[in-house]
Design a protein around this ligand. Structure first.
Ligand SMILES: [Zn+2]
Length: 75
């Protein structure tokens, strides 16, 4: 599984990294961009990401059915 972090101070997000790389990348960004601020933000894993994508797809299918069904019954 890959991880990336979203900066708590700006819109920066890291590329997808391994778990052991993420802490260093986070610290490096804060040292470079936000010195004297304690690192915050959140870490995202791409496992959650794919679940979110399939949920999104389900919503699209339901919406498509809602749009198509009334058109079928009007005939
Ligand atoms: Zn930042």
């Amino acid at each position: 599984m890959a991880y990336r972090y979203w900066c708590g101070e700006c819109r920066h997000r890291s590329p997808w990294l391994r778990e052991y790389e993420i802490e260093q990348a986070h610290t490096d960004h804060y040292v470079a961009e936000h010195p004297r601020i304690a690192p915050e933000g959140r870490i995202e894993s791409n496992g959650k990401n794919s679940e979110g994508a399939s949920g999104y797809l389900l919503v699209l299918v339901v919406l498509a059915l809602l749009l198509i069904l009334p058109a079928v019954f009007q005939r």
